[in-house]
Design a protein around this ligand. Structure first.
Ligand SMILES: [Zn+2]
Length: 254
């Protein structure tokens, strides 16, 4: 987290530099908006295996990421949509977050599919980072960066925590919207809701970040649905709508 970024994100810098102040109406400049899509797994890490024993989660998440990218660019032609991996490559969780941070992403959406093991389960769910873990991470990274300078470390930790809380609030709102859009399109499927967890791919992200579990790939019925491009288009459409909604609500205000 860069300090300046954190302060801007919190809207604490209300006064523009004198050189930029001009008389008359202020033109509305559409801000650039960057969305990072993270296709879960990849390369050596296949993720879970589909009901048919052939297709891996990494294939589904990559296909869905490409479909979502195309769909978003149709709705938000001025946005930039970056993928944390473009092909079947092995990428560490830290590198995925680093790529989203380097792209200056406004939002990070990590795509996954579930497997239930013994008890067959179905449904879609969205995860946000657990706030307790968030805070510990904030305090830890402040300590690491500042070493023996306790006052500055405390101040940094506070700014970080404020920024993280703001990101987390937005992430939670976005996660609820993701669930709503899916529930609208799939009223017959189980809405498993928004959950909290300490996923590494959400940790260290300098923007609101959520992880979406599209459904249970190892369940014969739901797995078939996820592998069907027509059905998947509906899933992608729901994600697109949630992101467009997020853009309308947050992207132009900063
Ligand atoms: Zn996964």
């Amino acid at each position: 987290m860069r300090l300046g970024h954190a302060i801007l994100a919190l809207g604490l810098l209300a006064v523009a530099p004198a050189a930029e102040v001009s008389a008359g109406p202020v033109p509305v400049v559409e801000r650039s908006f960057v969305i990072a899509i993270d296709p879960g797994h990849g390369g050596d890490n296949g993720g879970c295996v589909a009901f048919d024993g052939a297709i891996h989660e990494k294939d589904l998440t990559l296909a869905m990421a490409h479909e979502l990218q195309a769909s978003l660019l149709r709705r938000l032609p001025h946005a930039r949509v970056v993928l944390t991996r473009a092909g079947d490559e092995t990428v560490t969780l830290a590198d995925r977050v680093a790529r989203a941070n380097a792209a200056g992403a406004d939002l990070l959406l990590s795509l996954h599919a579930n497997a239930s093991g013994h008890e067959p389960q179905t449904g879609f769910e969205t995860y946000v980072l657990d706030l307790g873990l968030d805070r510990r991470e904030a305090a830890r990274s402040a300590r690491v960066e500042d070493g023996a300078e306790p006052t500055r470390a405390r101040a940094l930790a506070m700014v970080r925590e404020l920024a993280l809380s703001s990101h987390r609030g937005r992430a939670a709102g976005f996660a609820r919207r993701v669930q709503q859009e899916q529930a609208q399109r799939f009223p017959e499927r189980i809405d498993r809701g928004v959950k909290q967890a300490g996923f590494d791919v959400l940790m260290g992200a300098e923007m609101p970040a959520v992880l979406f579990e599209a459904g249970f790939l190892d369940h014969p019925e739901e797995g078939r649905r996820l592998l069907d491009s027509g059905q998947r288009a509906l899933v992608v459409d729901g994600l697109t709508e949630a992101i467009v909604d997020y853009y309308r609500e947050h992207a132009r205000e900063r």
